[in-house]
Design a protein around this ligand. Structure first.
Ligand code: SF4
Length: 86
């Protein structure tokens, strides 16, 4: 993973995940936990996008199938949703 700056203004939106504009985790779901939210954005949204459980589910089923509470590291939950849809 690249070394990302702590200051989020340093990240260009053009480098963010394609689902960022409508993503609950990227925008609002962790409002009460700003440091946790920033770590998720650093870890996934601007970097290891394809490792994000939300991203993979959105690519497989469409963004409407991604629960707003699903976190980027909840791979097994994402797999359960995928299995239930197939
Ligand atoms: S949490 Fe996942 S789906 Fe949402 S913007 Fe970040 S990388 Fe994309």
């Amino acid at each position: 993973m690249p070394d990302l700056p702590a200051n989020e203004e340093a990240y260009p939106m053009s480098a963010a995940c394609e689902f960022a504009p409508g993503c609950a985790v990227f925008n609002a779901a962790l409002e009460g936990m700003p440091h946790t939210a920033l770590r998720y954005r650093q870890r996934y949204c601007y970097s290891a996008i394809q490792e994000c459980a939300r991203y993979r589910l959105a690519r497989a089923l469409g963004r409407q199938s991604v629960p707003p509470t699903l976190l980027p590291n909840q791979d097994s939950e994402a797999q359960e949703i995928l299995a239930a849809k197939r």
